[in-house]
Design a binder for this molecule. Structure first.
Ligand code: NAP
Length: 285
């Protein structure tokens, strides 16, 4: 696929570093973003910018999406200048956004009707993993399309795994993100409890990091807590979206229900800050 032209739609916190990985790997890339200002840094590097999703699809063999939610995906596919505004066949569209299995199945059916293939391929990992090409990619869709895209996935992630048909990648991602929410709330509650008992936060995080429950997420978010830096790597509003999607897919369990309530309470004030800003909301309670 190295000689194939790749299109990239969605230049947010994740989309920019992921697109940059592909440019660095030598792929010819063309990009599109709804807000034009976010295209500027790539344009300055000589990357082609398409004026609409449909013109991007027309000139590319493979098009990736990394956008917010179901609504964004639907617009990119079906708006006036959306992907299929003009006839395009034989393309593979890879949706890496965290969205519902339902929208993936719907868009996959549309792709097939139009003579194209669709993969849902959401990622685990955040901006740091996107910048270093070490994401974990879970894929739903046809084996054949997965095998064709795999060399590109290998530039974006340390692992790409097909887990089933269209929608299965999204289901796997929602399961993982419900655990992510529990980790974030658990870390925040643990830090606040220790602080209330006069335990130094850095000491606590060093102890956790060296214990059996230490993990990369705790290290990154622990550093953010110590630095009092809550600027979004993974915006808190996105975990509310993901927990709602998981609930709609049938997740109704004691911890998941509590996490949804906690993050929903925090969303109004802290939705655009990082997921670990849940600590500030819990502290205020
Ligand atoms: P972000 O920074 O908020 O960027 C969102 C992107 O979606 C922007 O390019 C935005 O365009 C576009 N978009 C939103 N609504 C749109 C619409 N109606 N039509 C067209 N484009 C639209 O989000 P992000 O953090 O990169 O996350 C992207 C996806 O990856 C989300 O599904 C998120 O849950 C998932 N994810 C994020 C992380 C993370 O750590 N950040 C990790 C794993 C997965 P504009 O620039 O015009 O607003």
């Amino acid at each position: 696929m190295q000689n194939l032209k790749i299109g990239w739609i969605g230049l947010g916190k994740m989309g920019i570093p992921m697109a940059e990985q592909l440019i660095n790997a030598g792929y010819a890339l063309s990009v599109y973003n709804r807000s034009k200002d976010k295209e500027a840094s790539l344009k300055a590097r000589g990357v082609e910018v398409a004026s609409t999703p449909s013109s991007l699809l027309a000139e590319c063999d493979l098009v990736f999406l990394m956008v917010s939610d179901d609504e964004a995906v639907k617009q990119i596919f079906t708006a006036e200048n959306g992907l299929f505004a003009n006839e395009s066949t034989g393309k593979i569209i890879v949706n890496m956004s965290t969205v519902s299995p339902g929208i993936s199945k719907e868009m996959a059916a549309l792709c097939v009707r139009k003579g194209n293939a669709y993969l849902d391929a959401p990622v685990s990992g955040s901006v740091k993993q996107a910048e270093t090409g070490t994401l974990v990619i879970m894929v739903g869709g046809e084996e054949n399309a997965f095998e064709k895209v795999k060399p590109v996935f290998e530039k974006l992630g340390k692992l790409s795994m097909r887990v089933g048909d269209n929608g299965a990648g999204n289901s796997a991602k929602l399961a993982i993100n419900s655990l992510l929410a529990l980790h974030a709330q658990g870390l925040a509650e643990t830090v606040l409890f220790a602080q209330a008992n006069q335990i130094n936060t850095e000491d606590l995080l060093t102890l956790i990091g060296n214990s059996a429950i230490g993990n990369i997420f705790g290290k990154i978010k622990g550093d953010a807590i110590v630095a009092d830096n809550y600027s979004a790597a993974f915006a808190l509003k996105h975990i509310v979206k993901d927990l709602k999607l998981a609930k709609a897919e049938g997740l109704s369990a004691p911890l998941a229900n509590a996490a949804l309530a906690t993050f929903q309470n925090a969303e109004n004030k802290y939705g655009n800050e990082d997921i670990i800003a849940v600590l500030k909301a819990l502290k205020e309670k």
